[in-house]
Design a protein around this ligand. Structure first.
Ligand SMILES: Cc1cc2nc3c(=O)[nH]c(=O)nc-3n(C[C@H](O)[C@H](O)[C@H](O)COP(=O)(O)OP(=O)(O)OC[C@H]3O[C@@H](n4cnc5c(N)ncnc54)[C@H](O)[C@@H]3O)c2cc1C
Length: 426
């Protein structure tokens, strides 16, 4: 796969310096905030023949709710108690972005930028203070060279986990083997047991794959009947959990009908967990899971190209030295504050029980799996360097200071802010 050009994410950080802000020419005190905002948009420079406000919807528009909900991936953040935005601007050109930023500044509204809406804590579409969503969906452009690739999928058994930790990160550059570990009901006797699935992807032929596993991971007993051969693009449909024969066009669907309530967090593992440690973890999972498949984990091997890039080469710091990353899952399917409290408490307790087995000082976290439990700034977002370090070092380790310096260069007024923002160095 080659990505020829990526989404135009970063340009927004630079825009803040290019803006000149004309005054809002007239505004009636009887207007609501959303109407003020629309009026403000139309006082800003516009593209020829197209008013800026045409890109915005406000709560009185019939399409507002559907638009807001279209990118809510976690129903925890869809409830009435979550503050709704004053407006949603679906920017089509950079002019719309400039106008939105200017009007948020003029009207003292917070800006939340939304692309796919996958933020684990809903930061792109919720805020504790009055805010506007800038939807960047129209700015996505990814060209993919669809080369023929092959994909292999298989399930395995629990007693292989210990070996997997040592083999998976180094087995072969073209082979990725993920573990899914879930408590399930026993089929014959009462009680729960643990099911471990090995789900892999190999870029190459089944023959070459079988040769590799025979030599380096014979305990898997992989055979050609365990393998599915697919084009690379069809493998994306597989990983996205769509039915096997679903057409690739399904990937263009922006709205999912299967959303539910969840909490997901991350951990990194740097030394192999002993067999006794694994047994304890599995028992703890069973003890924590009120129903089958509620508390569960995905273990994703590191290594390969990931480990070859120096940790300070990009903002993404979690590279060499990690064996695998854990994603912790807690799912539930009915609304209610009590239920949410209960499941969040279980998720936190299980995460605590995992502490002896994962990275320490700091206990590292993956920024894509955003987690407010690792620390947030106080209301007002006036975080100090030391205050924001609580989450900054977990997400970015040694790169945290570099991000703080970058913030000072490009966003001295802390306009782009959130509960886990990067502070401005005093
Ligand atoms: C179902 C699901 C599956 C996932 N699978 C994976 C996975 O396999 N691997 C993985 O690494 N992650 C995965 N994630 C996590 C996902 O990659 C991150 O949450 C990512 O940040 C989502 O980006 P988004 O644009 O969809 O989300 P959004 O919620 O729109 O944005 C995420 C954050 O980035 C900010 N933002 C969005 N657009 C811009 C912009 N143009 N400029 C500046 N800031 C912006 C938002 O304000 C928000 O803070 C998954 C998430 C979900 C819900």
């Amino acid at each position: 796969m080659k990505i020829l050009s990526g989404p135009t994410f970063i340009s927004i950080l630079y825009l803040i310096y290019l803006i000149t802000i004309p005054r809002v020419s007239s505004s009636s005190p009887s207007l609501t905030v959303p109407h003020h905002f629309l009026q403000c948009l139309d006082t800003q420079p516009a593209d020829h023949g197209s008013p800026n406000s045409a890109t915005a919807v406000i709560p009185t528009n019939s399409s507002f709710s559907a638009n807001l909900m279209s990118a809510v991936r976690n129903l925890r953040f869809a409830s009435a108690s979550n503050r709704k935005p004053e407006a949603i601007v679906a920017a089509v050109t950079e002019t719309h972005i400039r106008a939105t930023i200017s009007c948020c500044k003029l009207l003292n509204l917070e800006l939340r930028v939304r692309s796919g809406g996958h933020d684990y804590e809903g930061f792109s579409y919720t805020s504790p203070v009055p805010f506007v969503i800038l939807d960047m969906y129209n700015f996505h452009k990814i060209d993919i060279n669809m080369a023929d690739e092959t994909v292999t999928v298989r399930e395995g058994a629990v007693d292989l986990v210990h070996k997997w930790q040592q083999v998976a990160p180094v087995i072969d550059r073209d082979l990725f083997i993920r573990l899914e570990i879930k408590p399930i009901n026993r089929k014959i006797s009462k009680g729960k047991t643990i099911k471990v699935s090995f789900i892999g992807m190999f870029l190459g032929t089944p023959e070459r794959l079988l040769n590799i596993t025979k030599n380096k991971f014979p305990e898997l007993h992989l055979t050609s009947s365990d393998c599915l051969v697919k084009k690379w693009i069809d493998s994306v449909v597989f990983w996205a959990n769509y039915p096997e024969k679903a057409p690739i066009e399904i990937l263009l669907k922006r709205i999912s009908a299967n959303e539910y309530y969840w909490k997901r967090t991350s951990d990194f593992v740097q030394t192999p967990i002993s067999k006794q440690g694994l047994k304890t973890i599995f028992q703890t999972m069973i003890d924590h899971s009120p129903l089958p498949r509620r508390v569960w984990m995905q273990w994703n091997p590191w290594g390969g190209r990931m480990g070859e890039i120096p940790s300070d080469a990009t903002a993404f710091v979690h590279r060499g030295g990690n064996l695998f990353m854990i994603e912790h899952f807690m799912n539930w399917y009915r609304p209610g504050d009590k239920l949410e409290e209960k499941f969040l408490a279980i998720a936190r307790s299980f995460k605590e029980a995992m502490a002896p087995y994962v990275s320490k000082n700091p206990r590292e976290a993956f920024f894509n799996y955003r987690d407010v439990d690792i620390g947030i700034t106080t209301p007002g977002y006036n975080a100090t360097y030391e205050g924001a370090k609580v989450y900054g070092e977990k997400y970015f380790k040694g790169n945290y200071l570099r991000l703080v310096k970058t913030k000072a260069r490009f966003d001295r007024t802390n306009f782009f802010r959130s509960q886990q923002g990067i502070p401005v160095l005093a």
